[in-house]
Design a protein around this ligand. Structure first.
Ligand code: HEC
Ligand code: HEC
Ligand code: HEC
Length: 407
């Protein structure tokens, strides 16, 4: 800065000269008018803003402002807008899903892709906690990505699993199994599961036959989708453990879903049709989604429109318009499929189908009395005979069906 006399007297400079040639001088001009106006207006904007919007911190919150505006409200409005947009855009697809049978959704590429995409989120929200993020199964929960099904891999069966829920039932210590028996049986199952390399002791098969296992798991050990009794022949275990044999022994000794036994296996699939946390269309999407995860039974191409019988069959498996939680009552004969595992051959003293001597005293007691016993279960007879979604009327129908067989 120069100490010399101001070389430009009369100019409104401050006397600060910044270079030797005095080309850079600090002047003392008023700011331009537009600039001052902008400044005053923005000062005025501050109180207006603070009255209008939430501004001043106020006991852990802030003043609300006249406009009642918050970012959350704005976000919610945005989401509503987006949802309205989506609803409008996909209304036709949603409607088509609601009205089509599960088979038709799978057959139609556009509907199928839409169902799968939207179901991914539903699955994450409602199912992943138990079945794992991609359906790969958590410890003690069934894997949904393979073709080893407890209750069947047809669309209608998957849909029923989700709608009605599932609760497998296996009695503890069937017919007085001893610890040694359980050990023998477990070795037998493990060895059988190894297939060709396995060395099942032939002497242990009779134990399987006589201790009631056959009633539910079947003569070929493949299980029964009506009861959700696991396939025991494939070496795939739902209740997995490092020591698989010990785990099998535990299942044999303590059963599945035997409330009174603290060591029993808990296996309850909640019923989404009854709880209604998701709606019917969402259940359809999920059924299609689970079906394509890996193990769904392939859907046949659409039958030619002519044969009426074939069409009505597809309709019956669809989840049509009514809530299908209680489909119209099934006949006694249909439900008997769930009872036949035990009642065809008389497992554990079950009165055999068509056996007059076994049924005569029971027919005398009357259907109401038998219904009471059938509902609560008795000995090896599981509560409701494993038909957990059966109404009283339906149970009566199937009991009547069995009684009629022995008249
Ligand atoms: C609380 C845990 C839980 C939740 C949540 C749950 N499941 Fe399950 N799920 C189970 C159990 C346990 C079983 C096996 C029931 C049995 O063993 O009897 C099962 C069985 C199934 C089956 C039958 C599997 C087979 O092998 O036949 C399907 C399909 C299924 N679940 C789909 C779903 C879908 C889809 C959802 C979400 C809407 C869901 N689950 C939510 C626990 C759950
Ligand atoms: C009343 C029908 C019933 C009878 C009788 C029965 N089970 Fe089961 N068992 C089931 C059901 C249902 C399951 C599947 C439970 C589930 O996963 O929800 C099961 C599961 C099992 C499992 C576990 C399979 C796995 O994947 O982890 C083993 C092992 C087993 N049973 C062995 C036996 C043996 C051995 C007997 C004879 C002593 C027997 N069961 C008798 C219904 C039965
Ligand atoms: C796991 C094998 C098993 C299954 C599955 C089963 N039952 Fe039974 N049931 C039995 C046995 C064992 C008895 C004999 C119980 C007794 O008298 O101690 C029995 C007895 C009965 C009785 C006579 C009860 C009485 O008081 O004498 C009725 C009725 C009955 N079952 C109905 C059914 C129906 C209906 C189903 C299918 C929805 C069914 N059961 C499925 C094993 C089974």
């Amino acid at each position: 800065m120069s100490e010399h006399k101001n070389p430009y007297p009369g100019e409104n400079n401050t006397g600060h000269l910044w270079d030797d040639e005095n080309d850079l001088r600090e002047l003392n001009n008023r700011p331009p008018r537009w600039y001052m106006w902008a400044l005053y207006l923005s000062l005025l904007a501050i109180p207006i803003y603070s009255f209008y919007y939430p501004t001043i911190p106020w006991f852990g919150e802030s003043t609300k402002g006249l406009a009642n505006w918050t970012q959350i409200v704005e976000m919610k409005e945005g989401i509503t807008q987006l949802e309205d947009y989506r609803k409008a855009k996909f209304a036709d697809t949603e409607k088509a899903i609601a009205e089509s049978s599960l088979e038709d959704i799978v057959r139609d590429e556009e509907l199928r892709n839409y169902a799968i995409k939207t179901a991914e989120v539903l699955f994450g929200d409602n199912c992943a906690a138990c079945h794992g993020a991609g359906g790969q199964g958590n410890k003690d929960f069934p894997v949904l990505v393979d073709d080893d099904w407890l209750y069947g891999g047809k669309l209608s069966q998957i849909s029923a699993s989700i709608t009605l829920g599932r609760k497998g039932n296996m009695p503890a210590r069937m017919m007085g199994i001893s610890d040694a028996d359980a050990d023998t049986l477990a070795t037998f199952l493990i060895e059988t599961g190894k297939g060709a390399q396995g060395k099942p002791n032939p002497a242990s098969k009779p134990l399987y036959m006589t201790k009631g296992c056959i009633g539910c798991h079947g003569p070929t050990m493949k299980g029964n989708v009506f009861m959700g009794s696991a396939n025991l022949s494939d070496g795939i275990y739902r209740f997995k453990a490092d020591d698989q044999k010990a785990s099998v022994i535990r299942t044999i000794l303590h059963g599945v879903n035997q409330g009174h036994d603290p060591q029993t296996r808990d296996a309850v699939m909640p019923s989404f049709g009854i709880s209604e946390v998701i709606d019917k269309t969402q259940i359809k999407k999920l059924a299609v989604y689970v079906h394509q995860l890996g193990g769904g039974v392939a859907v046949k191409p659409k039958p030619v429109p002519k044969p009426k019988a074939a069409e009505s069959k597809v309709e019956a498996t669809s989840t049509k318009t009514k809530p299908d939680v209680k489909v119209s009552a099934r006949s006694g004969k249909e439900i008997y499929a769930k009872c036949q595992g035990c009642h065809n051959i008389g497992v554990a003293g079950a009165p055999k189908y068509g056996d007059k001597t076994a049924w005569a005293p029971r027919i005398k007691r009357g259907v109401e009395d038998l219904l009471k016993v059938a509902k609560t279960g008795k000995g090896a007879m599981p509560p409701k005979g494993t038909c957990f979604d059966c109404s009283d009327a339906e149970l009566k129908a199937v009991i009547q069906y069995m009684m009629d067989s022995a008249k």
